[in-house]
Design a protein around this ligand. Structure first.
Ligand code: ATP
Length: 140
């Protein structure tokens, strides 16, 4: 069993996609271990996306991620990281609509930035990101 961190980003929450996304999660056989709603501020959003701090889109990304509450969830199943990345589709929702029409980002995303969901990109990132939102959940 593996864990991954999922975010329903502020655009996904505002667009009322939470229930549809959760249904997909449960139908796909994930266990939802934890869930919380949180409003990020500039500092916490910048910390979460620190790997992108030198990118041109960073300030826009921080503004987007702080634009409203998001929902963080810890999912568990075999190969959870890859399984969730497969379900959400490519980063750019425009691309997702063409190449992965049944993906979550095709359903609720708008463009390269507003793509409605996040998924950890490796088991190592998952552990870091899970402790970021759920301080009491340690690795393993
Ligand atoms: P995530 O980490 O959120 O699951 P990802 O791994 O598909 O997304 P990353 O390359 O890690 O994509 O980028 C993190 C987030 O930054 C993206 O999900 C998107 O919201 C935003 N982003 C990425 N590239 C761009 C860009 N070129 N312009 C604007 N926003 C971007």
């Amino acid at each position: 069993q593996e864990r991954t961190l999922v975010l329903i980003k502020p655009d996904g929450v505002k667009g009322n996609y939470t229930d549809r996304i959760k249904n997909t999660i449960l139908e796909s056989g994930f266990l939802i271990l934890r869930e919380r709603t949180q409003q990020l501020n500039d500092e916490t959003a910048a910390k979460f996306y620190a790997e992108h701090s030198s990118k041109g889109f960073f300030s826009s990304l921080v503004k987007y991620m702080t634009s409203g509450p998001l929902i963080a969830m810890v999912l568990e199943k075999d190969d959870a990281v890859a399984a969730w990345r497969g379900l959400i589709g490519p980063t750019d929702a425009h691309v997702a609509k063409v190449t992965h029409p049944n993906s979550i980002r095709a359903m609720c995303g708008l463009n390269m930035e507003e793509n409605c969901v996040h998924g950890s990109d490796s088991p190592q990132s998952a552990e870091r990101e899970i402790s970021f939102f759920f301080e009491d959940l340690s690795a393993g």
